[in-house]
Design a protein around this ligand. Structure first.
Ligand code: ZN
Length: 139
C-alpha cells in the first residue's frame, strides 16, 4: 500500500480562498499554494497569486515554467462555480505540483473543498488552527 498524504489547511487560509472565490464568482479563481512537506503531511502556509494566469470559460491557465525550481510550491487551488468539486480532464492535464485543491460554490465549510493527487485520487485533508501569514490582497 502506498503512503497516503494528508493535507493541512489553516482555517484563515481557507477563509481567504473562499472569500476570493466569492468575489470572482461566477468566474473561476486560481491561486498557487505554498506549503511545507514532512512525514506524509503537506501543510499549506501561503497563497501565491499566479502572474499571467488567464481566466477563461471553464479553465484557468498559467505558465508553470515561471515557477520551475520553487520547491515550496506544493500545488494549486481553483474554484468551480458550478459547485461540482470533481477534477475535470483539463484540471488533471494541467496538474502542477503535488496537490490539486478544488473548491465548489457556495464556498462554505468543509464540504465545498476536495484535494486530489496527480492521478485524480482524493486525498484526506484537515482544517487546522489559523496561522500567521502575510495579509496580501489577492484579487
Ligand atoms: Zn477545474
Amino acid at each position: 500500500m502506498g503512503k497516503t498524504t494528508t493535507i493541512q489547511i489553516p482555517s484563515n487560509i481557507l477563509e481567504t480562498i473562499y472569500a476570493g472565490a466569492k468575489e470572482l464568482y461566477p468566474r473561476e479563481s486560481f491561486l498557487l499554494l505554498r506549503g511545507k512537506k514532512s512525514n506524509g503531511i503537506i501543510c499549506i502556509t501561503d497563497l501565491v497569486l499566479a502572474p499571467f494566469a488567464i481566466h477563461e470559460e471553464g479553465a484557468v491557465h498559467f505558465n508553470p515554467y515561471m515557477f520551475a525550481g520553487d520547491f515550496s510550491l506544493v500545488g494549486t487551488v481553483h474554484s468551480h462555480p458550478n459547485g461540482n468539486i470533481s477534477p475535470s480532464h483539463v484540471d488533471l492535464n494541467y496538474f502542477f505540483g503535488r496537490i490539486l485543491v478544488i473548491i465548489g460554490y457556495p464556498y462554505e465549510g468543509k464540504g465545498c473543498l476536495a484535494v486530489y493527487d496527480s492521478n485524480g485520487d482524493e486525498l484526506p485533508f484537515e482544517i487546522t488552527q489559523p496561522i500567521e501569514c502575510n495579509d496580501e490582497e489577492f484579487y
